[in-house]
Design a binder for this molecule. Structure first.
Ligand code: M6R
Length: 611
């Protein structure tokens, strides 16, 4: 959470920083701020505002600064309410040093106490502000040394970018646990929380590792470790994402654009992974294969939407690869002392690769000696770098806070990995693999067909958008779809929505049903189709309002439902990839009709980098 960007070069810094914040705003939007070094008198120009970036932009409207060095921040509040005073950047007492921070300083209270005694004056309630005063405290003419000393005292996890009016030709960067990427330009350099802020200017990046410092000047980047102070040679990576992928491309918001990108994501995922009638992962070599062949059990660990992908993945792995699979949310896994052994595989699923609880779960699994495999979207992210093996989902940048195309990419990757593992473990026949992959190739077209039917959701959305309570029911592969449909709706519309396994209805939730209760039933053809029909009958008998996701050609569910949305006929395993798409669109429509901010729902951030 929180987005950081820093620039040093020959361009005017302010527009570069604001553009960077636009790309990073998905990381938090409680406040935004910027500080630039005035080149004539080497003073600091600071502007910050409560609320979304638009507020800051309107204050800066008409401001033209000659400055070519600056840092900026978009905040997701942890310590201290969203306010102008608590917005970053924070400055030292003399307003000569400024700093932006992503993370949490756990021992800030004791340090603040010490600094107050020494006469430092604080302007905010944040944990962050103590860091800049600590640098001031240690400063005796060398910012880097003071920064190093200050960081040495801090506990917690953080990414910082610091600048000082006394050393106007430098930016100072440090990373521990939270992401920080350095953009390598020509006569200019960048620092940012993720590459989307940098790619309009350069595709060459260096990923900082934990406990690394970087000093950026216009023409140089010096990276060193905290412990040894010695310069480290780092690899420069090339970012493949295009600038257009991180823009709205004519859509009113990122979420709708990303929903409509799903056929392409499916097409590209399959194209990358299918070779000569086999599933192939470029990152899994023969050593990985030998490892995977022998595993005893799989644990799938993730959060939110990625957790739902894990639930679907469990059904896939158990049905076809015949491997016992347990799915846990990362925040539970890391604290329950999980019974993971050296014979087990722990799969971490994450769009961002930076979710704090999933990082901790990965480290826990590694500490227990398990083999770890990350299914990640963001290339070079912490989880991708720390896991033993990685499979990238290649969905492209996902900017909307509500995850859509990344989920589809996760499900497809799981479906592919399942067959890959099943082949290694010899649990499926060659004939089965051929027909499975043949059917999978039909998915991009099937997703396009669904998107063409978007209008079918208009009448139910129009009728139900004021409702404050929704139930989502599904079974088997579509029980996680019910959870995901409910999560999508609640996070972007703020209505309460609950996903249930339909078989659980009679064990409690049926008490909620009356003529005002909307129930979304995910009921495509499956081995539990008849059971779903019975569940819908029971709901309808109690007069609920029913929107059902059905298979083309279905008659029974249609008769019982107020509205139906048919998806193309495919095997049950693939129905979960299709049936979630109308639910994404339904949530989107309800959100728009309620005038919610679809891309930036309240209280949320795209990447949850604090526990
Ligand atoms: O980046 P991750 O996939 O690790 O993020 C996990 C969740 O925070 C994320 O899926 C969240 O639930 C989404 N906002 C849901 O749309």
């Amino acid at each position: 959470m929180c987005g950081i960007v820093g620039y040093i070069g020959a361009r005017k810094a302010l527009p570069v920083l604001i553009q960077g914040l636009e790309q990073l705003e998905y990381r938090g939007y409680d406040s935004a701020g910027v500080v630039c070094i005035n080149p004539t008198n080497h003073s600091l120009f600071l502007a910050k505002e409560k609320g979304k970036l638009g507020q800051l932009k309107s204050v800066l409207n008409g401001v033209s600064l000659a400055s070519t060095t600056g840092i900026a921040h978009t905040r997701w509040a942890t310590h201290g309410a969203p306010s102008k005073a608590n917005a970053h950047p924070h400055e030292d007492c003399k307003r000569r040093i400024a700093l932006v921070h992503n993370g949490i300083i756990e021992n800030y209270q004791e340090i603040k106490h010490k600094l107050l005694k020494k006469g430092h004056r604080f302007r905010s309630e944040t944990d962050t502000e103590i860091a800049v005063h600590l640098i001031e405290e240690y400063y005796d003419g060398d910012v880097e040394q003071a920064f190093r000393k200050a960081v040495g005292e801090l506990k917690g996890y953080f990414a910082f970018v610091v600048l000082s009016a006394d050393e106007p030709g430098k930016l100072f960067v440090f990373k521990r646990s939270n992401p920080m990427v350095i953009g390598v330009g020509n006569g200019e350099n960048f620092a940012a929380s993720d590459v989307t802020a940098i790619i309009p200017y350069t595709r060459k990046v260096i990923y900082l590792e934990d406990d690394e410092f970087a000093v950026l000047e216009r023409d140089s980047i010096t990276i060193s470790s905290r412990a040894s102070h010695k310069p480290i040679r780092k690899t420069i990576s090339e970012v493949k994402w295009s600038v257009d992928e991180a823009k709205k491309g004519g859509f009113p918001n990122f979420m709708l654009k990303e929903i409509y990108e799903q056929p392409r994501v499916a097409e590209e995922t399959l194209a990358k992974r299918l070779k000569n009638g086999k599933v192939w992962f470029d990152t899994l070599d023969s050593k990985a294969e030998a490892h995977l062949k022998k595993i005893r059990k799989v644990f799938v660990v993730s959060c939110g939407t990625a957790y739902h992908a894990g639930l679907v993945g469990r059904y896939m792995l158990e049905e076809y690869a015949k491997v016992p699979t347990e799915v846990q949310v990362s925040s539970e896994f890391r604290y329950v002392d999980p019974l993971v052994t050296k014979e087990d595989l722990v799969i971490l699923i994450t769009q961002s690769g930076e979710t704090a609880d999933t990082i901790a779960a990965l480290r826990e699994a590694r500490a227990k000696g398990a083999c770890t495999l990350a299914i990640v979207n963001v290339v070079g992210s912490t989880i991708a770098r720390e896991a033993d093996y990685v499979i990238y989902t290649h969905a492209g940048p996902e900017i909307g806070v509500a995850s859509t195309k990344a989920y589809i990419a996760q499900l497809l990757t799981f479906a592919l990995f399942t067959i890959y593992l099943a082949c290694l473990r010899k649990t499926v026949s060659a004939g089965f693999v051929a027909s499975y992959l043949k059917e999978m190739r039909k998915l991009p077209k099937a997703i396009t067909t669904i998107l063409h039917r978007e209008k079918l959701l208009e009448p139910p959305a129009k009728t139900l958008f004021k409702n404050k309570n929704f139930l989502f029911l599904g079974r088997g592969y579509n029980f996680p779809t019910a959870l995901e449909g409910a999560l999508k709706l609640k996070e972007i519309s703020y209505a309460h929505a609950h996903g249930y396994a339909a078989g659980e209805m009679k064990h409690g939730p049926i008490a909620l049903i009356d003529s005002t209760q909307p129930v979304i039933c995910i009921a495509p053809f499956s081995k539990t189709y008849e059971k779903m029909v019975s569940n819908i009958q029971e709901i309808k008998a109690r007069k609920a309002i029913v929107l059902s996701i059905t298979t083309e050609g279905d008659k029974s569910v249609k008769q019982l439902s107020d509205w139906v949305f048919p998806i193309p006929k495919m095997s049950e395993i693939f129905s979960s990839i299709l049936s979630v798409i109308p639910l994404q669109l339904f949530a989107y429509k309800i959100s728009v009709k309620n005038h919610r901010d679809v891309d930036q729902p309240r209280n949320l951030a795209k990447s949850v980098t604090v526990e």
